[in-house]
Design a protein around this ligand. Structure first.
Ligand SMILES: Cc1cc2nc3c(=O)[nH]c(=O)nc-3n(C[C@H](O)[C@H](O)[C@H](O)COP(=O)(O)O)c2cc1C
Length: 402
């Protein structure tokens, strides 16, 4: 008992020390690089092939500048905003990220609970290692993201399970027809399932705070993690010598399945991974409540344009027909405000939140959410606005040619 308490205090102390030096979302990356075994860090940080889209996601933000208003009373400003009928404290949420519970102890629950406390939405990934019912219980307002195959029976079975767990918002990711080419994962020794090897064991030995605080603790308290939510039934374990994951007929998924999903799913439906105005309009015709303009953080088709570049066209075409959101490369309050000025109603942030959960658990995710909220709040004053709804293209200008 005493040993457990001492251990807990030591880990609280280490967490506080790690977090004390973090001033911006990007600061989490360096701390996570040291804390996580190389294959796991590489899985989060990397993208596909040459990482061209990953880089462009960031570069695109630098191509826009602000035109602030001055001499306006901004003392009553608020970062609160409403998305899909719910009012949140800030115009950003946590993007869905697979195998979070391997990066942070009970990762999905940590992210979901901290998001609920910060009053922002969190999207639970379908490629996750904790049964979705447990996350819904811990944080009932989380959203659920599904990777669905083009197989009607499996679609219905998963949707019924998600609905029975009480999720109100379903997100369908549509940019994953097949597995991408992530050479960096192969080089870093990452695969799902992870294959036991001397190299992997060495990574465990040389990253003891992850091995003890996340991995061993998970094994001890919950057993070997499995993919729990890809389908209605349990999937492969996260470490296995010869088991393969079942990805189903993802490459069969098409608009007819979206129609089927819309008929069966009674809650709010969001499609993630739309990059074209015509697809956005078609999704709206099929009755989706919102879309996320996204290239999956550069992790699917390398060379896909940055979401910020296609956002204005999509937002203009979509008008009021569906709610347009964006993710990819959002790291600063100024990035959030740029995306909103260019037509997004809300944005999502991926990697920094997973790093934050890995290195700081609940406190880490709260710190990340606070940093971004405070940046937005400060930037709003300097831009001359009191509410998120005031943002329009009037506040922003492209620096270089179109
Ligand atoms: C480690 C990791 C795992 C991810 N897993 C999923 C997933 O399971 N489902 C999904 O729709 N998107 C997934 N994504 C993509 C994110 O939801 C999001 O689109 C992307 O990370 C946004 O870019 P950012 O990391 O630059 O903020 C993942 C991204 C990362 C970094």
């Amino acid at each position: 008992m005493l040993m457990a308490k001492t251990q807990e205090h030591r880990s609280d102390y280490l967490t506080a020390r790690r977090l004390a030096k973090i001033l911006a979302l990007d600061d989490f990356e360096g701390v996570a690089r040291r804390h996580l075994p190389r294959p796991l860090f590489g899985y989060i940080a990397g993208a596909s092939e040459t990482n061209a889209s990953l880089r462009d996601n960031r570069n695109a933000f630098a191509e826009f500048g602000f035109r602030p208003h001055t001499l306006r009373d901004v003392s009553l400003r608020s970062t609160a905003t409403t998305i899909l009928g719910t009012r949140y404290a800030a115009p950003f949420g946590i993007a869905p990220m697979g195998i979070s519970a391997l990066m942070a102890y009970r990762g999905d629950i940590v992210l979901a609970r901290a998001a609920a406390e910060a009053d922002i939405p969190m999207i639970m990934s379908g490629s996750s290692l904790i049964p979705l019912e447990e996350v819904a219980k811990a944080a009932p307002h989380s959203w659920f993201q599904a990777y669905l195959p083009g197989e009607p029976d499996r679609i219905d079975a998963l949707l019924d399970r998600v609905a029975a767990a009480g999720f109100g918002t379903l997100l369908l990711t549509v940019d994953v027809a097949i597995l991408p080419n992530r050479e960096n994962n192969v080089r870093a020794g990452f695969s799902t399932p992870l294959r036991p090897s001397l190299r992997l064991a060495w990574q465990g030995l040389t990253h003891p705070s992850w091995t003890v605080g996340t991995f061993a603790r998970t094994l001890l308290n919950h057993g070997m993690p499995h993919f729990e939510n890809s389908y209605a039934t349990r999937g492969a374990p996260i470490i296995a010598r010869s088991v393969s994951r079942d990805f189903g007929k993802r490459d069969h998924l098409n608009w007819e399945h979206l129609e089927q999903i819309r008929r069966r799913w009674k809650g709010r439906l969001v499609v993630k991974g739309i990059m074209r105005a015509d697809d956005a309009l078609r999704a709206a015709e099929y009755g989706v409540d919102g879309i996320i303009v996204s290239n999956h953080g550069g992790r699917q088709l390398d060379g896909t344009l940055a979401p910020l570049r296609v956002l204005p066209r999509i937002a203009e075409a979509a008008g009021d027909k569906t709610t347009v959101m964006l993710d990819g490369g959002v790291r600063r309050g100024t990035d959030v405000l740029k995306a909103l000025a260019l037509g997004a109603k809300f944005v999502f942030v991926g990697r920094p939140f997973l790093y934050a959960a890995a290195v700081g658990g609940h406190a880490g995710v709260m710190k990340a959410a606070n940093i971004l909220s405070e940046e937005i709040w400060r930037d709003m004053a300097l831009l001359g606005i009191n509410s998120i709804e005031e943002l329009t293209t009037d506040y922003i200008e492209r620096l270089r040619g179109d």
